[in-house]
Design a protein around this ligand. Sequence first.
Ligand code: PRP
Length: 209
Amino acid sequence: MRAIRIALTKGRLEKRCVELFEAIGFDCSQLINKGRRLILPMNAHEVVLAKAQDVITYVEHGACDLGIVGKDTIVEADSGVYELLDLGFGKCRFALAGPCGVDFYAGYHERVVASKYPAVAKHFFEQKGMDVRIIKIEGSVELAPLLGLAHAIVDIVETGSTLRENGLEVIEEIMPISARVIVNKASMKLRRAEIEGLLSDLALAAQVN
Ligand code: PRP
């Protein structure tokens, strides 16, 4: 049987994931000194580093058994994976934000909202019964209202500095976000004992970290 394969999200969550695995006694030296390698051994397991959306895709299709990814990407992807553990780091929130002092809800004109997370934005306004045009943006969404493309944005807010430094403010909080462990459904059936062992080690370490 192949090694348990774990997909980790490159970037912001990467360092915290390494600390977590070190805390459960795994040897992360290959992961830390990875160079340009994409698959790294970690004890008897294999670690893959990928973009957040791809972590979900690899786990959903069973190419990886387990993954660590932000709740933001999970909600947006609406995939068929088990979400089994909240690791409590990578904390931020989804929020509706717009130019300071402007009442987003005033008036009857069509509203345009830019977001990297169109599904989240769509769902948010559907729940309010509001008909809003959503425009997908790939990064630095804060630019959209500044350039007159949109009235507001639905985006992640962590420290709030990006909003502050660009004359924007939170209009409404949407949902808290943190890093989650996801598991492939078939892997959970076929390799239950191994995966549950790993999950309980991770849960313990996450409480302490
Ligand atoms: C995220 C998010 C905000 C920023 C929020 O972007 O989209 O722009 O972080 O963080 P803050 O509240 O601490 O300022 P990211 O840095 O991931 O880059 P991107 O916009 O290019 O996707």
